[in-house]
Design a protein around this ligand. Sequence first.
Ligand code: SPV
Ligand code: MN
Length: 621
Amino acid sequence: MMRPKLSENDYRKLCAITNPKVHQFIAECAKLCNPDRIFICNDSPEDLAYIRQKAIETGEEKPLAIPGHTVHFDGPYDQGRDREATKYLVPKGDHLSKALNQIDRDEGLAEVKSLLKDSMKGRMMIVRFVSLGPLNSIFTIPGLQCTDSWYVAHSVSLLFRPGYKLFCKLGPDENFLRVLHSAGKLDESMVSVEHDKKRVYIDYTEDVIYSVNTQYAGNSVGFKKLAFRLAIRKANREGWLAEHMMIMGVHGPGGRKTYLAGAFPSACGKTSTAMLPGETILGDDIAYIRAINSVARAVNVECGIFGILRGINPKDDPVIFKALTSPGEVIFSNVLVKNGKPYWLGMGCEVPKDGINYTGYWWEGKTDEHGNPIPPAHKNARYTISLKALENCDPELDNPLGVELSGIMYGGRDSKAYVPVQQSFNWEHGIICYGAALETETTFAIVGKEGIPEINAMSIQDFISIPLGQNIRNNLAFGKKLKKPPIIFGVNYFLRDLKTGEYLNSPGDKHVWVKWMELRVHNDVGALRAPTGLIPKYEDLHVLFKKVLGKEYRKEDYIKQFTIRVPENLAKIERVKRFYREKVSDTPEELFQILDQQRERLLKTRKRFGDYVPPDRFEEE
Ligand code: SPV
Ligand code: MN
């Protein structure tokens, strides 16, 4: 059936893979979607160049002025991950938490297959093989995607490690994650138009993902957030962790390097933390973490970045700004383009008054159908680039053993309660009070309303594919497998003044928090024992602000930022408890106990010192 759709060369490439399940999956995709031709990518430079060339030829990407740069546009209703359209296919008799979007498997399969039927007629189906995680490693998970989008296939080249050779060696019984994607009906600008028929369905019983009528990479590049959901289930079965985390090497005194991971919901500072100048970036989005010889070791699942452009400017983000303005392979998406140059919000220069953006020709004052002004570039405009294109890419990126993790940070968008940085009393306290209790306000990275406060446990809630309580239990248990568990920190870049609503920190301050964490890992500085965690001492931060940012850190700022707000913290605990009580039926009892202990500490503090307690009231640990 496939033979007439394959060139001689592609046929040979496919035959070099002997795992029958690979052939079967590709054949099923071809049968359902009915492409004219099938292209098998073997990761050779010619094949990769061909994909990039086709992305331009078909118009899914357009070249920009700087060599290697292209731009891709997604439709106006396809500018972020779509929670509504993303569902788990749940077989009868199986149960997932109420908090997870789901549909009966038979019903969902029938629906998505009817949308995919003949969707590739007149097009080529591209087959891509990747290795999730480094090659030749205990972390490696093979992945296969069939897609009719050259943009998606091109993004795969930048974001994932090549996997064709891995598939050639795959034994007949070995498993892999599978993705079938079609952009669906396209308009003359090569943009998916049937957004009302957008579906992203996850069949965890067979490790298959179906995605249709969307191009936004978070919905269409299956190895990103979609395979992540399957990896979470695999990790749950096998006793390791798949996390929505960046990984960075923090450079401490005496030339030492300390690896920290960080979980933040989308658009809450994860990538910008990972990219801090002077430190090295190992990953910005997804990490697999295993206990190897009782040590927590982590790898980056990807080898590229699909990052947010908004706010990237030469002053605050010199490394990435340079990479984005130098020759080399970069795909920009949903920016404003004028004279071959991409523009985004907050790039630190004037943006032209007209150009081409995700709504077609754009001019200042253009409004949408509801009369709302359309911004020049979408807030969720992004760039796709290989990590190796960055000056500060960490040299351990492809180490099959990963890197030893010394610390983990959890950070949300919490305007009221948590201090900018604190250290947990122990693994369990950190997992519950910073991880499971992570609260945030929704952002532009997800289609829908912004600014709605919600719990986003471990920043993984959008992707969690097992009962939520089980995920918390797995995290609690993981610490017990380790001789010396990573130290857990809670960070909050978004604390505001309760009266004026002003942010209490500048974006650059996060560098100081990261350096403080590094010193804490090695016990190089002390801390104060607040009811919510161990907080920094003024003297230490004063030194770090000077050293890292060249700034004079004022005592009054320290007091404002690190005052423990008892009422806000108590209210937070109540919200978190209510969420777990009402939405997560399998919540471990330990969660409520640890939150109650925090509540008791807060009540005691209030009795002694009142509602708002400046940091210097607390004793040194
Ligand atoms: C995120 O939104 O968390 C991202 C981008 O990293 S996406 O691929 O859309 O998930
Ligand atoms: Mn992400």
